[in-house]
Design a protein around this ligand. Structure first.
Ligand SMILES: *[C@@H]1O[C@H](CO)[C@@H](O)[C@H](O)[C@H]1NC(C)=O
Ligand SMILES: *[C@@H]1O[C@H](CO)[C@@H](O)[C@H](O)[C@H]1NC(C)=O
Ligand SMILES: *[C@@H]1O[C@H](CO)[C@@H](O)[C@H](O)[C@H]1NC(C)=O
Ligand SMILES: *[C@@H]1O[C@H](CO)[C@@H](O)[C@H](O)[C@H]1NC(C)=O
Ligand SMILES: *[C@@H]1O[C@H](CO)[C@@H](O)[C@H](O)[C@H]1NC(C)=O
Ligand SMILES: *[C@@H]1O[C@H](CO)[C@@H](O)[C@H](O)[C@H]1NC(C)=O
Ligand SMILES: *[C@@H]1O[C@H](CO)[C@@H](O)[C@H](O)[C@H]1NC(C)=O
Ligand SMILES: *[C@@H]1O[C@H](CO)[C@@H](O)[C@H](O)[C@H]1NC(C)=O
Length: 464
């Protein structure tokens, strides 16, 4: 009896000490921890890939208070973005990162950069004159680990800045700023650096691949699934070689709204090869798909037909979660979002996504925690109306959304009846009753790849 109790206590202690219990692997459509328990990502994006190449918000709050806000929702992951340019600068500087003070003054100018730096240090007294950018990444990762939140590290851009258009030079391998060699070097560097973080569970290859409209030949000759596959294998190999523990997220074409031939096992055109897990030698159980969706691609016109939206999502990638998918993978909706006002969350698009995603057992990270950015598109202290937090990152911007939409979504993902709930273990893919009721939405406009293309085309016309 005594021995038994002691054993139980030991097991309990081990289970606690074992968080995050990695490395994670995949099994069919599930991500699982080292003991085979399904892990469903439920979290938020924290941008750190824009001009300063630093996690946003620290001139207003401490790292720990921001992480505590995330934790208060019961979220379990942060999608932390970074720019390849950060690694390029380190490599170009004999392996040394630059101090954050320099990063701020370079991006914001001497006067404002110094003022923002002083505010950052006032809120985060452990930072100082010698703190480097990567040390701030380390601080974010370590605080997340302390509060038992996983890190998913996302290569957002090559040249640091706001993302993503087809004319920003960051769109596709070979685009002005998107050197394939710098990219694989950057992925390796970050994969290796992240080994010291207890909670780095996964990394992406590249955010929102899209049409390279600044280079007609590149667009015509390379923007296709065949080249996607070639580069995807190079990036995945680079990450795996540097850090064999992390899951690797593959993202699709058309700003990551399409993963069609990967899921369906059809030709990777213009070639005839098909996606083949065996070509990801020794880590075929490390691959996860990621997908994005936004209603505002056409400038806020919105989507008001949930059935149509679900059909699109299914065809674009969610099919990977179904029983009869030719290629099953876990899938994480790493970006979706909308204005954080009192009502948008209760309109069809948001309601539809926030019910459909958990019901399918997909993971997700909403865009975005940031109430403001150090700088976005040239404007300093940019207010982010889509941010979960207010401008000064102190409170929820839309308590209506947090309580009416987001918390129910988190609960549905973590405790619903979808297969993401390992004790439920129900493969029907249906969610809780709340989700099912929310799914009964109808309406008009379809969001398709065509929309992305129309958007891209209008950019091209503007550019011409
Ligand atoms: C510097 O900050 C002030 C506000 O504190 C702002 O008005 C100004 O536009 C900023 N300078 C630049 C170059 O953005
Ligand atoms: C920063 O580094 C320099 C050179 O290594 C050192 O002299 C200085 O004391 C450090 N400053 C702080 C605040 O740690
Ligand atoms: C690649 O990195 C080097 C520094 O190692 C840098 O000089 C070069 O500009 C980068 N290439 C691109 C396309 O950004
Ligand atoms: C959400 O919208 C529905 C109408 O679609 C309305 O009946 C309901 O009261 C709204 N809920 C909240 C909390 O605003
Ligand atoms: C899983 O689903 C079952 C049945 O719906 C529920 O009782 C249980 O609380 C869920 N598990 C978790 C971890 O929430
Ligand atoms: C639970 O899920 C696992 C993995 O998908 C499967 O092998 C097992 O058969 C399922 N068990 C039940 C009772 O459905
Ligand atoms: C799985 O869910 C479906 C639909 O909610 C239900 O009919 C079925 O009984 C469930 N199966 C198990 C094993 O819980
Ligand atoms: C919504 O989309 C579905 C599927 O495309 C379609 O069958 C239905 O007619 C649409 N509803 C409305 C009101 O347009």
């Amino acid at each position: 009896m005594f021995r038994h109790l002691w054993g139980l206590l030991l097991a309990e202690a081990t289970a606690r000490a074992a968080w995050p219990n990695g490395p994670f692997v995949t099994s069919g459509r599930a991500m699982t921890d080292a003991s085979g328990t399904t892990v469903t990502y439920v979290g938020v994006n924290w941008p750190a890939a824009a001009d300063t190449m630093l996690p946003d918000g620290l001139q207003y709050q401490s790292v720990s208070s921001i992480v505590s806000k995330i934790k208060s929702l019961d979220m379990n992951v942060v999608r932390l973005t970074y720019a390849i340019q950060m690694v390029d600068e380190i490599e170009g500087n004999g392996g040394d990162d630059i101090p954050i003070q320099t990063a701020f003054t370079t991006a914001l100018g001497q006067e404002n950069g110094t003022a923002v730096y002083n505010q950052v240090v006032a809120n985060n007294p452990s930072f100082g004159a010698n703190t480097t950018r990567l040390q701030v990444f380390d601080a974010v990762a370590n605080e997340c680990a302390k509060q038992e939140i996983y890190i998913h590290l996302d290569n957002h851009v090559s040249k640091a800045g706001w993302c993503c258009t087809p004319i920003d030079g960051n769109s596709w391998w070979g685009d002005i700023y998107f050197s394939t060699a710098n990219w694989t070097r950057g992925l390796s560097y970050m994969a290796d650096h992240g080994k010291q973080w207890a909670n780095l569970m996964s990394m992406s290859l590249r955010n929102e691949l899209r049409q390279p409209f600044l280079d007609e030949n590149l667009f015509a000759q390379s923007y296709n699934w065949q080249d996607w596959y070639k580069y995807t294998k190079q990036g995945a190999d680079a990450i795996h070689k540097a850090n064999p523990d992390v899951l690797i997220f593959l993202s699709g074409l058309d700003s990551d709204t399409s993963l069609n031939p990967v899921v369906q096992g059809t030709d990777l055109t213009p070639g005839t090869a098909k996606f083949n897990r065996d070509e990801f030698q020794a880590y075929s159980n490390k691959l996860v798909l990621e997908l994005h969706n936004y209603a505002n691609i056409l400038g806020g016109s919105g989507v008001n037909n949930c059935t149509a939206l679900q059909d699109d999502l299914f065809n674009d990638g969610f099919q990977s979660l179904s029983d009869d998918a030719p290629n099953q993978f876990p899938l994480v909706m790493t970006e979706f979002g909308f204005v954080q006002d009192a009502t948008t969350w209760n309109e069809t698009f948001a309601r539809c996504l926030e019910s459909y995603i958990p019901a399918q057992g997909a993971g997700w990270t909403i865009w975005v925690i940031a109430g403001s950015y150090y700088v976005r598109e040239g404007k300093q202290d940019y207010d982010e109306s889509w941010g979960l937090l207010t401008h000064d990152w102190s409170d929820w911007r839309s308590p209506e959304h947090i309580n009416g939409g987001l918390i129910p979504m988190i609960k549905a993902s973590l405790h619903g009846k979808g297969f993401g709930n390992s004790s439920g273990n129900n493969s029907s893919g249906t969610g809780n009753e709340e989700s099912e009721a929310l799914l009964r939405y109808e309406g008009g406009m379809r969001l398709t790849v065509l929309v992305t293309f129309v958007f891209a085309s209008s950019c091209l016309i503007l550019w011409l």
